[in-house]
Structure formats: C-alpha cells, structure tokens
Design a protein around this ligand. Structure first.
Ligand SMILES: C[S@@+](CC[C@H](N)C(=O)[O-])C[C@H]1O[C@@H](n2cnc3c(N)ncnc32)[C@H](O)[C@@H]1O
Length: 310
C-alpha cells in the first residue's frame, strides 16, 4: 500500500527557515490552490528515474556553448514576448517554456512521485513569494540579474508596488518584456542589457539596493569571478542568490550524484560557494545565510545564499 503525503505550510516554514506566522499572504492563498500530494518513489520508479537521467546525459544537446546558450535564451524569451504582444500580460504568460511538467520531483532528500505533474513550477512560484518577503522587503531598489521573462519582477511588483525594480539580462527580449510590464501595467520596472560574464561599469546601483539572482548564475559555469568583483564594487546592501550550489550536494547520495553529473555536463555554476567563502576569509564580504531547502527541481535543486559586500 503506497503511503500518500502532502507538502504543507509547515514544510515551507521548515525549508525556508521562516516562522509560520511570517509566511506571506501570497504564499498562503497560493498553497491552497496547489495539489501537493505525493508518494515516495518505489524501486521501480527510482529505476525509471535513473534511466531517464542517464539517457538525458547521453544526448548531445545537454552540453551547450555560451554562444548556443545566448541564442537559446534570445529565442525562448522572444516567444514569451510575442505571446505578450498578442494576448497581454499575466504571470502564466511569463512562465518559461522549460517547465514541461514531469512525473518525478526531488523533495526532502528523496525522489517523489507527485500527483500534480506541474508541481515543480507551482512550488517554485510559492517559494519565491517566501524568499521575496523574507529577504527583499526592506530594500527600496531591487535588481534582478538574469531576469529572463521578468516573472520575478511581476511578482515583486505585485508584492511591493512602491519599490523600484530593475531587470537585467544579456538578451534583448527580456528588456522589452520589462518595458512592456512598465508601460502596460504601470509598474515601477526598468530593463537593461547586462552581461554577467562581462558586467558593464555603466550599471550603477542606487543606495538602499538589493541584488537577486534566481537560476541565472547557474548559467555561468565557473565564470563568476568578474560578476563577484562587480557586485563587491557596486556595494548593494544585500545579495540574494537562489541557485543550484554544488558544494551543498553529497557525492555519496545517489540523487545528488546524478545532479552533480547533470550540472557538470551542462556546465552549470560551479565553485561559487567556495569563492564566496574565500572572499569572506579576506573580509570582503559577509555571508549571512547559506542553506539548501531540499526542494526540487526534477534533476537538481536551488539553494539560498544571502550575503553582502563589506
Ligand atoms: C533559467 S533562466 C532564469 C530566469 C529568471 N531569473 C527566472 O527565475 O525565471 C536564466 C536567465 O539567465 C540569463 N543569462 C544567462 N547568461 C547570462 C549572462 N551572461 N548575463 C546575463 N544574463 C544571463 C538568461 O538569458 C536567462 O534569462
């Protein structure tokens, strides 16, 4: 008999180290609408998952050069931009096309089989409400590096209408979506072209600023040194990274080992936490919090690092 479970409000409070009473209203109203029922994968389901990952790792498209990466993002966000131009803007239309749904999900250091195939995306939305309210509510100016479809900016502008929001990305459609959000919905949002591999000194952060990255540093592989120097010089009051952090995986855990293989094949972010720890030793930054909530991804998971330049 398969034991059915649900991911509840208390689980989010544990995962994101936030008191139950402080969970934001957007999260509370959202979680009631999401089916979070699941069962833990049995041996057969785990074997299917492993086979799925191994086959994926063996497809040539998994590895992408930076140029291919740029083209893929340009094309992907342009599709979202065209949909906006045709149908108007809401959170759903800004959903990235790479959320395709899956029978698998990683949660609480386990492989689970959710009833809801869109659980990855649904819980990603809910988690971001918590992250934004917990870590970004104090700051007047919020800069998102690698803002993509601007979904985070739309959510932030719903939560904090008076804050000034800045979406930065290396591809033009992202900047155009930010402009559209500002013009059409009258939000305090501006978009700028910005390459995290070669940050332009023309981008100057305002006082009382937060910088956030959400699954965008993951794209940089090992090449995060210039961005870190830029951020340290720009001196935001806080930096909030929600990114897959390899240092938090356990090489002796099967699921984590698969995530490590996938990250390496995809050339995802590596060495970032190690670089931050080194900068902390040199008294250049202070790491305020760094932890893994143990919430998927199908293949990998994002962790949180909250830090500030000194
Ligand atoms: C997985 S998407 C995440 C988008 C958005 N942060 C979100 O949470 O929906 C990664 C984003 O990083 C951007 N990106 C990748 N490399 C970049 C670079 N070198 N400079 C700026 N943006 C970059 C991509 O264009 C894309 O928008």
């Amino acid at each position: 008999m398969v034991e059915k479970r649900i991911i509840e409000r208390e689980d989010f409070s544990r995962m994101f180290k936030i008191h139950y009473d402080q969970l934001p209203e957007q999260f509370l109203s959202g979680i009631d609408r999401v089916n979070t029922s699941y069962h833990e994968a049995d041996k057969k389901e785990l074997a299917e998952y492993i086979l799925y990952i191994l086959k994926l790792l063996n497809t040539p498209e998994v590895a992408r050069s930076m140029e291919e990466n740029f083209q893929a993002w340009n094309k992907g966000w342009d599709e979202n931009l065209q949909s906006i131009l045709q149908s108007g803007i809401d959170l759903e239309i800004l959903k990235a096309k790479y959320f395709r749904g899956s029978q698998f999900f990683r949660y609480d250091n386990k492989l689970i089989i959710p009833e809801n195939n869109d659980i990855e995306y649904d819980l990603f939305v809910l988690s971001r409400y918590i992250i934004f309210s917990k870590y970004l509510c104090e700051y007047e100016n919020i800069y998102e590096f690698g803002c993509g479809s601007c979904q985070n900016l739309l959510m932030l502008s719903d939560m904090f209408p008076s804050k000034r929001l800045y979406g930065l990305d290396w591809v033009e459609p992202s900047v155009k979506i930010a402009q559209k959000l500002s013009e059409t919905l009258d939000r305090n949002i501006e978009g700028f072209i910005f390459d995290m591999l070669n940050p332009s000194p023309d981008i100057v952060l305002k006082p009382n600023s937060a910088v956030t990255t959400i699954h965008s540093l993951e794209q940089l592989g090992e090449k995060h040194d210039k961005l870190l120097s830029f951020i340290i010089a720009a001196k935001p009051d806080i930096v909030v990274n929600y990114e897959p952090i390899l240092e938090f995986y356990d090489e002796d855990n099967l699921l984590d080992y698969l995530a490590l293989l996938y990250s390496s094949k995809r050339n995802y972010l590596s060495g970032y936490m190690t670089a931050l720890r080194e900068l902390e030793k040199q008294n250049k930054i202070e790491i305020l919090q760094a932890y893994r909530p143990f919430l998927g991804g199908i293949i990998h998971e994002a962790s949180l690092i909250i830090w500030r330049p000194l």
